[in-house]
Design a protein around this ligand. Sequence first.
Ligand code: AMP
Length: 118
Amino acid sequence: MADSIFARIINGEIPTEFIYEDEHCVAIHDINPQAPTHVLVIPRRPIEKLSDAGPQDQELLGHLLLVVAKVAEQLGVADAFRLIVNNGANAGQTVFHLHLHIVAGRSFKEGQLTGGLN
Ligand code: AMP
């Protein structure tokens, strides 16, 4: 299967600013932001979607959540952000390389689950 756009961003083929990076993941601004802050945290390991993750990914998945908190802090939105993972085309996933959306800077109505994202 061809590399996803995120694999090509991670390997440097598509120059993109990393607002955070470490040996396990990167964070980039979403190209089509749905809110004033819309960042993607993307593992370097190419897991297609969350439901494909297994026990071997346990540490990585925990790491990604800690990075989300760190990036939210870095962006000044740690007190109010929404974290979204679209799993599967029918849930709105368009890039099949696991990624976590951090969305912040606009109001989220109580009970509004998706926050308008997909
Ligand atoms: P999803 O629909 O959950 O698969 O999310 C994919 C996200 O990737 C969308 O919000 C797109 O706007 C975003 N996206 C696609 N291509 C790029 C890119 N080259 N740089 C940054 N974000 C991108």
